[in-house]
Ligand binder design. Sequence first.
Ligand code: F6R
Length: 366
Amino acid sequence: ELGQYRHYMQKEIFEQPQALASTLELIAGGGSISPQLFGSQAADVFGGVRRVLVLACGTSYHAGLVARYWLESVAKVPCTVEIASEYRYRDSVPDPDTLVVVISQSGETADTLAALKHAKSLGMTRTLAICNVPESAIVREAALRFITRAGPEIGVASTKAFTTQLAALALLTLALAKLAGRLPEAEEGRYLIALRHLPVAVQKVLELEPQIEAWAQRFAAKHHALFLGRGRHWPIAMEGALKLKEISYIHAEAYAAGELKHGPLALVDRDMPVIAIAPADELLEKLKSNLQEVRARGGELYVFADAGSEIAESEGVHILPMPEHYGMLSPVLHVVSLQLLSYHAALVKGTDVDKPRNLAKSVTVE
Ligand code: F6R
């Protein structure tokens, strides 16, 4: 069943172009953006929505964090993202005009299901489940559903489920933007082209595997790693750190690069590899000065740099040239390289990649 692959995780990383193409099938060819992508009731449920609240755990929570940047910048809808296990037990102020979005690969995560029920009990009835399993408990509990078509995910570390969740959230962002009259036709056309081209763009990143593997060899012996990102790539840094710790058992932390000098810079020395996501976007110059701060303290930098970002390889600064910057959807490309990095670091360390110690694929207990 594994075919040419050594592990399910590797197979699932490489299935991402196909998983994305299937998930985005409804907008392939002549399809356009509409609430209908989220079911026949969606126009009613979305109408009058003033805020979005995303509830999820783990990797699915990271997908929500990326979506917050999209929803606020493109659809101009205020968005909060919360860990399901926190939301369900705290006092919060309910708002019936909020769209509650739960994200779950399995659809069975106990805390996410309970958080959804809690939101409903507070009178929030506009609910949407983004899920990879059609008849799961979470899907049955939500008013609307969007089923990602990643196919079964067997590796405990979530990979293709995450990128297909991002695809679903990009569609949600555009659907809400359109409903609010904030998506001019020409812009919609540009987003549709980018989405339709996404599987090919991801394929290009997968082709970087040999270079990423060489990097993994270099730092698999380290005990700690720091991941840096800014803006919509900060949650991708978090996801990279989570992947690395769960399958290679290397302690990793993610920081918004601007937070470096507020504490974590004290950790940086020659033994602390720093992995930076460097998209060629409006925050690049800011990021570059953060990287200089790391270099000045002797930290070894591993930079995933978009074409055109003009960061030069030098002593202690390793550059992995990524394809051209991919705009709003760039996080989808950058996470793929981090998935490969953690996979290969785990291989070097000889851990059980598909079944990391102490973890279960579906967390049905709280
Ligand atoms: C990490 C991972 C977990 C899950 C989390 C939520 O690789 O897979 O963090 O994302 O347990 O699971 P779902 O998405 O099934 O609700």
